[in-house]
Design a binder for this molecule. Structure first.
Ligand SMILES: *[C@@H]1O[C@H](CO)[C@@H](O)[C@H](O)[C@H]1NC(C)=O
Ligand SMILES: *[C@@H]1O[C@H](CO)[C@@H](O)[C@H](O)[C@H]1NC(C)=O
Length: 474
């Protein structure tokens, strides 16, 4: 297999790559790093402290659920929550799996809203799944077993009353004091005090003309505040505990381009904004904008929102990303999703320009220089990786994990079809080279749909459009 790498000239980085740290002290209100949120942790680093199955021979099994399972989260005691959406009725359904065999032990349907929402969720420090339902209630769902029979139990229901019924929660994450922050599709930011059950909200509104901003991705927290990217701008928000209101610590507008790009789900960034940094783990924040023809990686200082660098990514035929970037240490890794075909789009998604495009793929790593006033450098770019899942970085084995989608007969083709092959793929984070690629399955049922996998020790679980694939060492 030919892997073309274009290494750009760059100032030499003095030391070998150091990824991490994960933010310490840990957020005491959330489950384990790497397992508790779709993007791993409250910072949305898309890293895992665990080693994945690696590049030796793997074995894979598919669990058919007739549901797309974009959210797979694990508890501290070896169980996995899958937040799935049934293909026929689009009912959000929670599955409880054992993490080793990934058998569905029990399931629970939750109220469906009038907007497709509720994809994001997290596992709290008591191993309960926290999510919102279609009635804009914050639910905490625990598991219990009686004579080997498992049930999912709603342990708490907290109405988020300020949210109108026409709106729905998109992302939610607890902050370091246990307040649960959320952002809605129509651009309402808020937090709820789980003790007093009071809810504070703030509409996020573009200053240029007062247009409604929308939120299409999840949100992140660190001890510095809550990070939300709308279809126009990125915000760092904080609580004012005197007035019980929300302070905008900074707002940075970005270039949203002339239209939604093919391979994006909204007209704006596809990033869940990410905290990263070499000392505290949150001194920087990063998103990818939607500029045309080339999107830019935008790195800001978390403390004041000042821009460290703006780096154009990829080329005109593959410049766009619907994925949350990986952020760790000084490094950011972004996958191109430009042209990725989704079988369905959110109901409010505007037409894309162009209406469709070939799926070229691509993976690019950018590092913030040690003297960050000097900006960032491209460490590597590999335009021959057709990543079809959100890549994850293992801080243990230093590999990047994803799936690759290819035409069965013409592996270099940039076309996509319902009979494509899907491969479990590991990538060397130092070079961007593929170090292993192993066949998992063929066809629509294996479509990994740019969804995030879950890496637990020596195990990778990947949601597909019709269920879950489990990958382990052979
Ligand atoms: C696995 O990765 C390591 C490190 O990149 C490499 O040295 C080794 O050759 C790879 N093994 C296989 C089977 O690809
Ligand atoms: C917090 O709210 C109080 C009361 O409204 C106000 O006096 C104070 O300036 C606010 N603090 C910040 C940092 O905005």
């Amino acid at each position: 297999m030919a892997t073309a790498i274009s290494l750009l000239t760059m100032p030499q980085l003095s030391t070998a790559t150091v990824f991490g740290p994960i933010i310490t002290p840990r957020n005491p209100y959330i489950g384990q790093d790497g397992l508790a949120t779709m993007h791993g942790d409250p910072a949305s680093s898309d890293t895992t402290p665990f080693a994945g199955p690696g590049n030796a021979t793997i074995t894979s099994v598919r669990r058919a659920l007739q549901s797309a399972c974009p959210t797979l989260l694990a508890t501290s005691d070896g169980y996995v929550f899958g937040l799935c959406t049934t293909m026929l009725t689009r009912t959000p359904t929670i599955h409880l799996f054992d993490s080793q065999q990934v058998n569905s032990l029990t399931e629970l349907a939750v109220a469906k809203g009038n907007i497709l929402g509720g994809v994001y969720a997290y596992v709290d420090n008591e191993d309960r799944l926290v999510l919102t339902n279609g009635n804009n209630e914050l639910l905490r769902i625990g598991k219990s077993s009686n004579n080997g029979k498992w049930t999912l139990v709603i342990a708490d229901t907290l109405p988020l009353t300020p949210i109108p019924s026409s709106d729905s929660v998109v992302g939610l994450t607890p902050d370091w004091q246990g307040y649960v922050w959320f952002a809605t599709a129509s651009g309402l930011a808020g937090y709820v005090d789980p003790v007093s059950r009071n809810v504070a909200t703030l509409p996020l509104t573009a200053t240029d003309g007062g247009v409604q901003e929308e939120v299409a991705n999840s949100i992140s927290t660190s001890p510095a505040g809550t990070l939300i990217s709308t279809t126009y701008a990125t915000y760092l928000l904080g609580r004012n505990d005197t007035s019980h209101t929300i302070n905008v610590l900074w707002r940075q507008a970005y270039d949203r381009g002339p239209a939604r790009k093919p391979g994006q789900l909204s007209w704006g960034t596809g990033s869940t904004p990410t905290f990263f940094g070499p000392q505290s783990g949150y001194e920087y924040t990063v998103i990818v904008d939607n500029a045309s023809p080339l999107v830019n990686l935008l790195v800001y200082r978390t403390n004041d929102g000042s821009q460290i660098c703006k780096v154009p990514l990829f080329q005109s035929d593959n410049s766009g990303s619907e994925n949350s970037p990986i952020g760790s240490g000084r490094s950011v890794i972004v996958a191109s999703t430009y042209g990725y075909p989704y079988p369905a789009l959110p109901a409010n998604a505007p037409a894309s320009e162009p209406s469709s495009a070939p799926f070229v793929g691509g993976l690019e790593r950018v590092d913030v220089l040690e003297d960050d006033s000097q900006g960032c450098v491209v460490k590597w770019v590999n335009n021959n990786i057709r990543s079809s899942a959100v890549p994850k970085l293992s801080l243990s084995d230093k590999k990047i994990y994803t799936f690759v989608r290819q035409n069965r007969l013409f592996p270099d083709s940039t076309s996509t079809g319902i009979l494509d092959n899907y491969y479990y793929t590991t990538i060397d984070s130092e070079t961007g080279n593929i170090d292993s690629k192993q066949y998992v399955g063929t066809g629509f049922i294996f479509d990994t749909l740019q969804m995030a996998g879950l890496i637990d020790q020596d195990l990778l679980l990947q949601g597909t459009i019709t269920g879950v694939v489990r990958v382990s060492k052979a």
